[in-house]
Design a protein around this ligand. Sequence first.
Ligand SMILES: [Fe+2]
Length: 231
Amino acid sequence: MIKKIQFDVDKYNFINIFEKYFDEKLYKLHSKLVFERKFSETAGGTEEFEVLTKTYDKLITKPIFKKLWVSFVVDVVKPYFDNRPILIQKLPSFRIFPSKHSVKYVNKITEGYNKHLDSEPPYYHPEFETNFWLPLIECDFLNDFYYHDLEKDWYRRADTRIDELFVFGSGIVHGNRVHNESSNTRCSLDFKALALDDYDTNLLTDQIVLKRGKKFKQKEWYSTKHYYMEI
Ligand SMILES: [Fe+2]
């Protein structure tokens, strides 16, 4: 299941918030910021970059961002679930894929891509979640998000504009190139959501999930206590 949802990018201008914060165009971030290494090999992709930790502390967890996030959820995400009550990630994940940088977050690279399902280790995401991905730059084929198109049985780019939200089911294999050969840095937001009715604790286990260096049981982590908020 694949869908693109259009939204008012002037109203929900995450790009502007981030560009003001960095005082730089997002696609040029590699020329402004120092990324610790050229190659990252972690479960969380780029989560290890110090700049990301800082961006969460100084921007994403602050009221100005949270307010916009919640309105976006109500106006853009909830209609996807027919405006029923939903569970959604408390805050979206912000990713930076720096130009000429490599990020590996799967055990085995497939044809140069980080192809994976989020239900696989080490994420252990519940299969009742739907995935949402939101580009914060106009991507090119070198730095785009890629997924397996089941209809045509080929691995293709999401080709999603900055005023679109890319939606895909938990069974869709996805993952970008390991090497960003583009001259542009890609920034994006992503998050998981589900209709509250689809939350099923019977599908959650005692499997240990590693989150920010801490261990949680899968059934503890994927709950409103830690991961979701209800809207
Ligand atoms: Fe993923």
